[in-house]
Design a protein around this ligand. Sequence first.
Ligand SMILES: [Zn+2]
Length: 92
Amino acid sequence: MAKQITYGKFLLIECTAGELMNAVGSNICICDWCGKPFLPSDKGVYIAVLNHWYCWDSFLQWYADAEWYPQDVDVERKNFEFYAPRLGVKCQ
Ligand SMILES: [Zn+2]
């Protein structure tokens, strides 16, 4: 079950590869960081500011160095509001 998660100021949705595949109408789900394909039952994180889905290992690597920039907030919010309802997450 997809849900919003909190790491710093980023808008993030934890969801399985399968939930993302349904949301975007894709048959495969590849982590945008490590490039590995994942099973529909594998969990990862949709990162609205990047419009990317990362597996958890990659997400934690990315987050260790990630910085949140106020100028990205508009695109981040737009991506989040597009994906959240498709993933069954309520916008906050
Ligand atoms: Zn990965």
